[in-house]
Design a binder for this molecule. Structure first.
Ligand code: F6P
Length: 359
């Protein structure tokens, strides 16, 4: 019988519980024992480590739709790779992790994390040398290379779409524009996908340069006098500081365009997990369990062209994670970011959406 641990690290997103529930289910059917580690790496830093064991009552199938993580993602003052490195306690932190993992006698650890967590796991891989490390990519930003999809992205697109659908009605009533600031860090995938879904008038993303005067003239010449401009949080405007939506809004106001700003913020990370994310969660969970059965380690589950398989963490790391974290070596490009050849850019352009100076 194998004993496996699961933990969720980094920011939460919808779909984490779906992964946890499906791992629990699949592992139980294989006769394996599952321990949930609480609060990400923080749960391994205490003595004894903080873990819970699931059963059919504590993890019923209907919990798969819930946002957040039943295992939590880390307490505010938690010790993790980043805070440990910042405060010079990395050696202590690594020792604690290794000690707790030894104590728990795990055969495998499934780490559900974003690109920061996965990169840090690879950079500090010695900690996991006594067990199999299998990662599952999750993030609403969809900035993880080597996989077409990440857990939580589809639900985030849906949440943002629903938010904007509502705003569109009040925009129409008042003949005015809304500048909506989306999450996504330096990656424009969330804004681009939701923008197409809602029929935005403009989508501004970090990967594509835009011209404020071109945007203003696009809005002034639009076939209607209301609509939504999506501004991804990673964009910037030369000579301006502050929140991107505010700076765009000020420019529009100065040009005589009546507008308001809106910030969906963390509502993008919650919401009932969509069917697509639940299916992805089930496929990733199954793939991770098969990887454990096949004695794989240092791998990440990935889906490409509808095929789900594992890719090595080495390949993930070297394929170009864009890092703003001084503790992670800085690699500059990533296939996950919106590339100039992304077909959605052409589609947006053909639909009369201002997408910046890509064309
Ligand atoms: O990486 C996920 C994400 O939601 C980003 O899109 C956003 O910039 C950030 O996390 C917000 O982090 P926090 O919850 O710490 O404010």
């Amino acid at each position: 019988m194998k004993k496996i641990g699961i933990m969720t690290t980094g920011g939460d997103c919808s779909g984490l519980n779906a992964v946890i529930q499906r791992i629990y289910r699949g592992a139980t059917l294989r006769g394996w024992r599952v321990l949930g580690i609480l609060d990400g790496t923080d749960g391994l830093c205490t003595t004894p480590p903080r873990v819970i064991e699931f059963n059919e009552d504590t993890l019923p199938v209907e919990f798969a739709r819930m946002a957040g993580s039943l295992l939590h993602n880390g307490r505010p003052q938690a010790l993790n790779f980043e805070t440990a490195a910042e405060t010079g306690r990395l050696a202590y932190f690594n020792k604690q992790l290794r000690k707790s993992l030894n104590e728990l006698k795990l055969d495998a650890l499934i780490l559900i994390g974003g690109n920061g967590s996965l990169s840090l796991a690879w950079c500090n891989r010695d900690i996991y040398s006594g067990l199999q490390l299998i990662c599952i990519p999750k993030t609403i930003d969809m900035d993880i290379p080597l996989t077409d999809r990440t857990i939580g992205f589809n639900t985030a697109v849906q949440q943002l779409t629903s938010f904007c659908d509502q705003l569109m009605l009040t925009a129409r009533s008042h003949h005015r524009w809304f500048v909506v600031q989306t999450m996504g860090r330096d990656c424009g995938q969330l804004a681009l996908n939701a923008g197409i879904a809602i029929g935005a008038s403009a989508i501004l993303i970090p990967e594509i340069k835009f011209d404020i005067n071109a945007l203003i003239s696009h809005i002034k010449n639009a076939p209607r006098d209301y609509g939504i401009i999506l501004a991804s949080e990673g964009i910037s405007l030369r000579g301006h500081s502050g929140r991107p939506a505010d700076m765009i809004s000020r420019k529009l106001t100065a040009a005589g365009i009546t507008n308001r700003t809106a910030y969906p913020e963390h509502t993008q990370r919650v919401g009932d997990t969509t069917a697509a994310d639940r299916i992805l969660a089930t496929r990733f969970a199954d793939c991770a369990l098969n990887a454990i059965a096949n004695n794989e380690t240092y791998v990440m589950t990935a889906i490409n062209d509808c095929e789900c398989k594992t890719v090595s963490l080495n390949d993930f790391f070297n394929s170009g994670y864009v890092s703003t974290d001084p503790n992670i070596p800085d690699l500059q490009t990533s296939d996950a970011y919106v590339s100039p050849d992304d077909p959605l850019l052409d589609i947006a352009h053909d639909m009369g959406i201002y997408i910046g100076e890509s064309k």
